[in-house]
Design a protein around this ligand. Structure first.
Ligand SMILES: [Zn+2]
Length: 81
């Protein structure tokens, strides 16, 4: 059991390569506008939080390790993979 790296949901999630996530983000995958990020995190400021996340997911800290993605987030992510 692991936490989904997008929404934090606990479960048996699929592993998606960090490189694939970075490409999906470059193609326009935005978990913030898709409503996948919990409200608590959204309250930090939607634009600012997404900008920081996008940089991290494509070239920063989040791009260094593979991601665990839950079924729900995968539905939104899949078209971008
Ligand atoms: Zn999720």
């Amino acid at each position: 059991m692991v936490n989904c790296d997008i929404c934090g949901h606990l479960g048996d999630h699929k592993v998606v390569l960090a490189k694939s996530i970075a490409q999906a983000v470059q193609k326009g995958f935005n978990p913030y506008s898709a409503g996948l990020i919990p409200d608590m995190l959204q309250s930090l400021g939607l634009g600012t939080a997404y900008d920081a996340w996008r940089v991290s997911a494509t070239e920063g800290h989040l791009s260094k390790a593979d991601w665990h993605i839950c079924e729900n987030c995968m539905l939104t992510l899949h078209p971008f993979l």
